[in-house]
Design a protein around this ligand. Structure first.
Ligand SMILES: NC(=O)c1ccc[n+]([C@@H]2O[C@H](COP(=O)([O-])OP(=O)(O)OC[C@H]3O[C@@H](n4cnc5c(N)ncnc54)[C@H](OP(=O)(O)O)[C@@H]3O)[C@@H](O)[C@H]2O)c1
Length: 292
């Protein structure tokens, strides 16, 4: 009997680790329906067509989304829901991310900088917009985090780091990925018994475009450096692992496939801090000027 196709909705699959992960899944016997958000849909479409995957087995839809513009996140979510119709969303992959060491004025007049909006706020907003469908589907939400969250050691500095026009800081990436992890824990609490939320670190992968706007690079000869294919495999483990630890706070998979010990990310377990950085859909729409 033919396997039932699984539906994956994803951000950040137009290049780097996300593109590689989709490429690996397109080579599987398991059929998939991919609904992918990308800012350059033509380039992304051409890149996937170049893989010459089996179109009789898999379907792939690429929809526009620019994560620094939350109005496009709203349009994306509506198109995703139209496309899925009565079907399920088996997985929501939140992989898009950026690493920048400086901030400019907030995009579209936002009080927040683009790193914070792309790495956390827009993808947090996307979960709100899809929440009903995700709950009905009992989806698994995979949040691509980073070992860099360990760099956010002073949580009182997060406001300053996330602000538009803040002083250029090397901690910007760590801070915004840390806030994203607060969001993973927050959604894990909200969706308890309905959806699974798994955060995962892909490891240190120098070959992607991540550091294109950063003042530093990821050294290719670093002893911990891994290939893009290995990084994608690490993310894929977050799709398949069912050996969840008894402790509900342990939701974070390392790039070597272990459930990360809580002491590594203990600062992100502060529920008040999670609540602070996880605004409601209504508050986001009011603050960012998104109309119905
Ligand atoms: N590489 C590493 O060492 C490493 C380590 C730990 C965690 N990570 C995490 O892994 C994830 C993937 O990163 P990567 O290394 O593969 O980097 P990448 O090659 O730069 O890929 C990032 C993805 O996010 C998309 N994206 C970025 N800004 C966007 C925006 N404003 N709107 C829509 N999409 C946007 C990119 O789209 P475009 O193709 O249009 O640029 C791309 O698809 C990120 O969450 C990153 O934080 C990476």
């Amino acid at each position: 009997m033919a396997a039932i196709a699984k539906t994956i909705v994803a951000t950040g699959t137009s290049s780097g680790l996300g593109f590689e992960l989709v490429k690996q899944l397109l080579a599987q016997a398991q059929p998939y329906n991919f609904i992918l958000g990308a800012r350059d849909t033509q380039r992304t479409q051409a890149a996937f067509e170049g893989l010459k995957y089996d179109t009789s087995k898999h379907s792939l839809t690429i929809l526009p989304v620019e994560l620094s513009d939350l109005t496009t996140v709203k349009t994306f979510s509506q198109k995703v829901l139209d496309k899925v119709g009565q079907g399920k969303v088996d997985y929501l992959l939140l992989n898009a991310g950026m690493w920048k060491s400086s901030t400019d004025a907030g995009p579209r007049g936002s009080k927040w900088n683009d790193s914070y909006i792309v790495n956390h706020l827009s993808q947090h907003y996307l979960i709100h917009l899809l929440q009903e469908k995700l709950e009905a589907s009992q989806s698994r939400i995979v949040v691509v985090s980073s070992g860099a969250i360990r760099g956010a050691t002073d949580t009182s500095a997060l406001d300053e780091d996330a602000k538009a026009g803040s002083t250029p800081v090397n901690s910007l990436y760590s801070a915004t990925k840390f806030i994203q992890l607060l969001g993973a824990h927050w959604w894990h609490r909200q969706l308890q018994g309905k959806c699974q939320v798994v955060a995962v670190s892909p490891g240190m992968i120098p070959g992607t475009n991540l550091a294109r706007h950063a003042s530093q690079t990821i050294p290719a000869n670093h002893p911990d450096a891994k290939t893009i294919a290995e990084g994608a495999q690490s993310i894929y483990r977050a799709f398949t692992r069912d050996d969840f630890p008894e402790d509900p706070d342990q939701i974070f998979l390392t790039s070597w496939g272990e459930w990360w010990s809580k002491d590594i990310y203990s600062l992100s377990l502060d529920k008040k801090l999670q609540d602070k950085w996880c605004p409601s859909k209504e508050d986001i729409e009011r603050d960012e000027g998104i109309t119905a």
